[in-house]
Design a protein around this ligand. Structure first.
Ligand code: NAI
Length: 394
């Protein structure tokens, strides 16, 4: 079939297999252009490994340090006449490239929150690798079924306490408008923490350790975001921020059980991913941030961010550098005073008439399409392509 983008609000319901593969190959090429990670982990489990920060977290230790990787994700394989999801095609491409490079790679498609998935992954690690020495937790999900009770929890992106009104961009229409969001109920806050907090991260680590497949001295990292005060009410001080606070408490609990220096929260930069495009206000902030950071020459994507996370922190001789709350900060360039001052000034000015002039809205849109494998150089989008692609490890 000929596969074109089909956009519905903040998602694209189609994905291009060759485009996704080209995207994965570009990320691999970037990692190979960087110095090798001689002190990197050798057996890495990535939970949420198919897109965004998790995919980059699989590519970096594999192609930067020769690590064996196990990936867990929730994606849709393609069918005859119907495309699969981008994360499926990314994972097919990653595994193919890993195998060609002589690297072990195995993937599990299903619900990471379930006991069954944890057991399958544990069995595979035990059989194939013995143990893992690094676990990256990069899930972003709108819902979670509690593995004990079967209750389904849904996360919301809402402010807490009072309504929030802020500028926003309608990405379909390229229009700057104003969005008003009512505050979350206590139940919505609790549900969001249940989905996006650290409970499942802790369950994974406990299950791996109890099964004897977590190596002594293993490290684990989960990802968080802070950002500037203009997004605080919807992010840091909103429902998702409460979940991220819980994630930090989980890190402290994991360090209590497994020893200091086991669990880290890394605060990452705001980037276009499937998860972030669903957050109100954030796409407009990202459009301005990209403009300012590209001008300053310090713009990074997921792969550059995660390469820096490993090179400068996880696999560095000195070990991770931490802020006063014990977190790794690879959002340091985003949060620099000069960058934030410029973004704040542009934020005051931005409206529909100047959106394309003063922000990198075009860059935002092209990066959004690239998430689904569209707009990559060297890919013939007018050619027939087969949407059915098998995972080499399946
Ligand atoms: P993403 O949407 O690109 O990736 C989410 C991953 O989770 C995918 O691999 C997906 O298959 C997997 N997943 C979702 N539900 C699942 C389930 N039930 N079982 C198994 N796998 C499942 O998201 P992104 O943006 O890379 O987010 C990853 C983490 O990074 C999140 O914790 C997010 O809060 C954090 N982060 C993201 C930032 C951003 O700007 N995108 C900034 C800072 C942190």
């Amino acid at each position: 079939m000929i596969i074109q983008p089909r956009i519905r609000g903040f998602i694209c319901t189609t994905a291009h297999p060759e485009g996704c593969a080209a995207n994965v190959r570009q990320q691999i090429a970037y990692v190979k252009s960087r110095p090798a990670l001689t002190r990197g982990p050798k057996k890495v489990l990535v939970i949420g490994a198919s897109t965004g920060y998790g995919l980059a977290s699989r590519i970096v230790p594999a192609f930067g340090g020769g690590a064996a990787t196990v990936g867990v994700f929730f994606e849709k394989p393609g069918e005859e006449g119907k495309t699969g999801s981008a994360g499926w095609y990314n994972s097919v491409a990653f595994e193919s490239e890993a195998r060609a490079a002589g690297l072990y790679a195995r993937s599990f498609n299903g619900d990471a929150f379930s006991k069954e998935m944890k057991q399958q992954v544990i069995d595979a690690i035990r059989a194939d690798l013995g143990q893992v020495d690094c676990v990256i937790y990069s899930l972003a999900s709108p819902r979670r079924t509690d593995p004990e009770t079967g209750e389904v929890y849904k996360s919301v992106l809402k402010p807490i306490g009072e309504p929030y009104t802020q500028k926003n961009v309608n990405t379909d229409k390229a229009e700057v408008n104003t969005v008003s969001i009512d505050p979350a109920s206590e139940e919505e806050i609790a549900h969001t923490v249940k989905v996006m907090g650290g409970e499942d991260w802790e369950l994974w680590l406990h299950a791996l350790a109890d099964a004897g497949v977590l190596a002594d001295g293993a490290t684990t990292v989960a990802y968080s975001y802070i950002g500037p005060d203009l997004t605080w009410k919807i992010y840091t001080e909103g429902t998702i921020g409460m979940a991220k606070k819980h994630l930090e408490e989980s890190a402290a609990r994991l360090n209590g059980r497994f020893g200091a220096g086991t669990a880290y929260v890394s605060v990452n930069k705001a980037l276009v991913t499937q998860a972030s495009s669903a957050i109100p206000v954030v796409p407009l902030y990202i459009s301005l941030l990209y403009r300012v950071m590209k001008e300053a020459g310090n713009h990074e994507g997921c792969i550059e961010q995660i390469e820096r996370l490993f090179a400068d922190h996880l696999a560095s001789e000195a070990g991770p550098a931490l802020d006063d709350k014990g977190r790794i900060r690879i959002d340091d360039w985003e949060m620099r005073d000069d960058i934030q001052a410029k973004v704040a000034a542009l934020w005051e000015q931005v409206d529909t008439s100047n959106l394309r002039d003063i922000s990198d809205f075009d860059g935002y849109q092209s990066e959004f399409l690239r998430l689904f494998g569209f707009g990559l150089e060297g890919v013939d989008y007018s050619a027939e392509t087969d949407p059915v692609r098998a995972l080499p490890s399946a």
